[in-house]
Write a protein that binds this ligand. Structure first.
Ligand SMILES: [Zn+2]
Length: 168
């Protein structure tokens, strides 16, 4: 996850620099036997997908994110983009869950929490990105539904229906 976030941050800093050159060797397995024509088509699709995903990420770090628009844009991002959204929202002190407009107040500085009830140590790095346990749960509920495979290698029929965890 981290590598992915770092890579995206770098791409964002230099929006015009081309992404690392794609050759047959570093292609995902599924695309290694592509013909030249298929390869060119895939490259074009990759560019389009990257641009689309970037737009979704930028929209999702705004304070007010509209639910139906958000749901329909999820097919254009994968888990790695979603993690970027969560982290970028937290950096600008907004709750990491894109559908929550709450601001993050009193973010704990520590990384670990010791529970006196269970006598266990919890890493709260992820939890710190959210305003509440509910948002943390809702965010994880959504995140696991998102795809991890490269978007540009996906077929249209692979797109699942994303569900939100309703917060009472
Ligand atoms: Zn929240």
């Amino acid at each position: 996850m981290e590598n992915c976030a770092v890579k995206n941050a770098k791409l964002r800093q230099h929006p015009k620099s081309p992404s690392p050159k794609l050759t047959r060797k570093n292609l995902p397995k599924r695309a290694q036997n592509y013909s030249k024509e298929q390869l060119l088509h895939a490259l074009k699709k990759k560019k389009e997908c990257t641009a689309k995903a970037q737009i979704v990420v930028e929209k999702c770090i705004e304070k007010e994110v509209e639910e139906s628009q958000f749901l329909s844009s999820l097919e254009n991002i994968n888990q790695c983009h979603y993690q970027d959204i969560v982290e970028e929202r937290a950096i600008i002190k907004l709750c990491g869950y894109p559908l929550c407009p709450e601001e993050l107040k009193q973010i704990p500085k520590k990384q670990f929490h010791i529970s006196l009830q269970t006598n266990k140590v919890y890493d709260i790095t992820e939890r710190k990105n959210f305003c509440s346990n509910n948002c943390f749960k809702a965010s994880n509920y959504l995140k696991v539904q998102l795809l991890t495979s490269p978007l540009w290698l996906r077929d249209v029929e692979d797109i699942p229906e994303f569900k939100l965890l309703k917060i009472e």
